[in-house]
Design a protein around this ligand. Structure first.
Ligand code: GDP
Ligand code: IMO
Ligand code: MG
Length: 442
């Protein structure tokens, strides 16, 4: 059984958590392979709402082993808080999860750096990070000399290493912080992180071994992407991206499974578009349309609570990320959010410097200058939150989904009409929206 993966096709918050929870049934392992506590994944099962930042969304299902692999950056106090809050709800994470020794640790100086670098860059150049220390931690990972991995926390030279790193960090941070005092006490940090390591000890493991054994044994493995493909460090809307490979290309590198073993990639996309933080957003509707979507979709960040920027579906961007990620099918989410609209616009191409283009440009200045070319679709103005099959959807809702499917170039396999696990339509592999529409409405 080849690996199944869930990735976001936009700028994050596409409802990956919901899909992962849904697909966890029948899986042996669920794997988070990149990002860190910048993610906020929501799982809703009846009245139970779980907001997960660090821990894979497979954690709610007993009998599934959850792995956090080398490509993730770990914030020990944050993950411990999450473990404890799940324990209060009867979920014993320690028996269901392993964290890679190779995963890098977000240290207190990384959070300070994130804040400082953000303050140094203002206006439209500001990335607007989640301030979780993600970028600085990944920067130290690539730089190597000042990095700390989970496995280092229990080594005899840990205290020594922290002292050496703090000495350098203090110099660098003091030079940029002006009169502000940089509070980094190496002894206190060593004591604190040694305690975290003791609490996490039973979960720290060599996940590469576990995963490669699972591949050899043909186990069912689900990979959970964080962020979205347009936030990918190499292939996204740079520099307004996160610091990991959050598109499909990151699965193999972040987890340690061979790339040719990944054969099923489900790309999750909202029925419209959102983005949190700075950066170009060609179809943004900074107007009543955008506010309507924000209100209907409750579009406020799961991690930071910031209002999400909202806009129309961008099919050029989604086609790009579906191709980039080797997407084999699509999960279209939040269809219910559009239910009150009379008409819905979809961006089918762009105009750049007076010319029509149908590809996603690479440079931020080009991205900023794009003028979307829209096609307008009629809405359905019917509540769809109770739909459980295509037959329950109004024809115009199916037509809208079919339009997006043909523009993205990948089959829609799931349609989500509400946050709950149950509010999902599964379109069987042999079914086709086109045939369905022909049979029923033409
Ligand atoms: P993730 O980061 O991709 O896991 O997504 P988030 O959890 O950050 O954001 C998705 C939000 O939408 C959460 O509050 C979900 O409970 C909610 N949600 C998921 N699917 C649907 C849907 O089909 N309709 C509506 N209205 N909300 C949904
Ligand atoms: P999930 O997994 C939405 C955004 C931040 C910022 C940029 C860089 O819930 O979809 P960072 O803190 O990573 O350096 O911030 O990336 N961002 C997200 N936006 N969903 C996420 O995760 C995000 N994780 C980071 O808002 O614009
Ligand atoms: Mg989220």
């Amino acid at each position: 059984m080849p690996g199944q993966c869930v990735i976001g096709l936009q700028w994050g918050d596409e409802a990956k958590g919901k899909l992962v929870d849904l697909l966890t049934e029948g899986k042996d392992l669920v794997v988070r392979y990149q990002g860190g506590a910048n993610a906020g994944h929501t799982v809703v099962i009846g009245d139970d709402v779980y907001k997960l930042h660090h821990i894979p969304s497979g954690i709610i299902n007993a009998g599934v082993l959850n792995l956090i692999t080398p490509g993730v950056v770990i914030n020990p106090p944050t993950i411990l808080k999450e473990i404890n809050s799940l324990a209060e709800r009867g979920i014993d994470v320690s028996t269901r999860m392993k964290i890679s020794q190779r995963a890098h640790v977000v240290m207190p100086w990384h959070v300070l750096e994130d804040k400082m670098w953000n303050e140094l860059v203002s206006g439209e150049d500001n990335i607007g990070t989640t301030l979780r220390g993600i970028g600085p931690c990944y920067a130290d990972k690539i730089g190597r000399s000042f990095a700390i991995r989970m496995g280092d926390l229990i080594q005899p030279d840990f205290a020594d290493r922290v002292r050496k790193i703090v000495a350098v960090k203090k110099k660098v941070l003091s030079a940029t912080s002006g009169d502000q005092v940089v509070e980094l006490d190496p002894d206190a940090i060593v004591a604190e992180y040694t305690e975290y390591a003791a609490q996490l000890a039973s979960m720290i493991a060599d996940t590469n071994r576990i995963l490669l054994d699972a591949v050899d044994e043909d186990r069912n493995i689900l990979f959970e992407g964080a962020q979205g493909s347009l936030l990918d460090i190499d292939h996204g809307t740079f520099p307004f991206v996160t610091s990991s490979n959050s598109s499909g290309v990151g699965i193999s590198a972040g987890s340690g499974v061979p790339g040719n073993w990944i054969q099923e990639v489900i790309g999750v996309t909202k029925s419209y578009a959102t983005r949190v933080g700075g950066g170009p957003f060609p179809t943004e509707q900074d107007n009543d349309h955008g506010q309507h979507i924000r209100d209907m979709g409750n579009e406020y960040g799961t991690t930071t609570g910031r209002p999400r920027r909202c806009g129309w579906f961008d099919a050029v961007a989604a086609r790009y990320t579906a191709r980039l990620g080797g997407v084999t099918s699509v999960a279209l989410t939040m269809l219910d959010v559009l239910s009150e609209l009379e008409t819905i616009a979809v961006c089918v191409a762009y105009e750049l410097n007076g010319e029509r283009i149908d590809h996603f440009p690479a440079h931020v200045n080009e991205l900023r200058n794009l003028v979307p070319i829209y096609e307008t679709m009629p809405g359905w103005q019917t509540d769809v939150t109770g739909a459980r099959s295509l037959d329950d959807l109004p024809a115009n809702a199916v037509r809208y989904a079919r339009k997006l499917e043909s523009l993205i170039g990948r089959k829609i396999e799931y349609i989500s009409v509400g946050p709950d696990r149950a509010q999902t339509i599964h379109i069987q592999k042999r079914e086709s929206l086109e045939e369905y529409l022909k049979g029923k409405y033409v």
